[in-house]
Write a protein that binds this ligand. Sequence first.
Ligand SMILES: *Cc1c(COP(=O)(O)O)cnc(C)c1O
Length: 373
Amino acid sequence: MRSVPFFNYQALFKQDEENFIHIFKEVGRRGAYIMQSDLTDFEKHLAEYTGAKYALGVANATDGLQMLLMSVGIGSGDEVLFCSHTMVATASAIHFAGAIPVPVDTGSDHLMDPDSIEKAITSKTKAIVVTQLNGRTANMNAIMAIAKKHHLRVVEDAAQALGSKFAGQCAGTFDVGGCISFYPAKILGCFGDGGAVLCNDEAVYKKLLLLRDHGRNEHGEVAGWGFNSRLDNLQAAFLDYQFKDYAHVISRRRVIANLYQQRLAGIASVVLPPAPDADPQHFDVFQNYEIEAERRDELRNYLKEKGIGTLIQWGGKAVHQFPALQFTQVLPKTDHILARMLMLPLNMSLSDDDIHYVCDVITEFYSKDVLAA
Ligand SMILES: *Cc1c(COP(=O)(O)O)cnc(C)c1O
């Protein structure tokens, strides 16, 4: 039986083992561990690629988001809106910046629902954090218009969306900036934790530089309180090397999404994400291929029996659904999606035959329904 793992962590290294070992030796022999040229080169390439004025490497995207919010001046007593269909990290970054995270509902494309934003705005609301989920960028025209009308800052959790665009503009660059994650399973993954902040505002960027390095300025003097949240120079070297091939990676991911679209579009029991060429306003990079499925858990087990790995994002709970976090918001659209959503394998280790196999098994699962009816 064919085996199609959801994600192959070994392959991340093995796909190019010799070159990675070469980079490790080369950086090691230079003793270039913390904030060296490999980091500044990578930051430069990230800014160029995304069109952000600045990019800076940080320890992980969650830290990046928290520091970005703090640098913008979001803090105690401020309410910050975010879509509940996101990683808990989005909300915890708001929480640890000292502000109050306020979850809002999810739209049919699984991203923040612009209609539910306005309903949640109060006199204390200061910012909207938009999660550019699954490698898709939200309709930023709608969101920026709401932000402008209510004088709110927009900060993006673009952890899953490096290179994703709306109306030709990259995720993480629409207002003050956004965070990117290099967690191994992200599209551009390193061998551990890593992240970056994209930023369009010089004053905010200068605060970020201090915050990520103990509050120290370029002369090494402490200019305020800070964290230790730097991107390791070695990880930056691995990332910069892999980044050269990023356009190819994205185009392969879009080919896989197209295959799923062609093979699964006729099945009435599943709802697919928007197809790669469905809307010229959107350029999706397909960090994930998240479908909605009837009898989701049964389908998941059936796929598992056939050797196919799937994943339910966030362990199956949106942020407002974690009892320990004590949210009181009622978000019916999010609840509906969370009960049905399932991610199919989409990664660089998969062959076209693997994708056809996944689609055969899904087709088989639902055709049994038809026969039984
Ligand atoms: C992965 C992810 C994060 C966290 O990224 P880290 O680099 O692990 O901190 C935050 N938000 C979203 C939407 C993510 O997918």
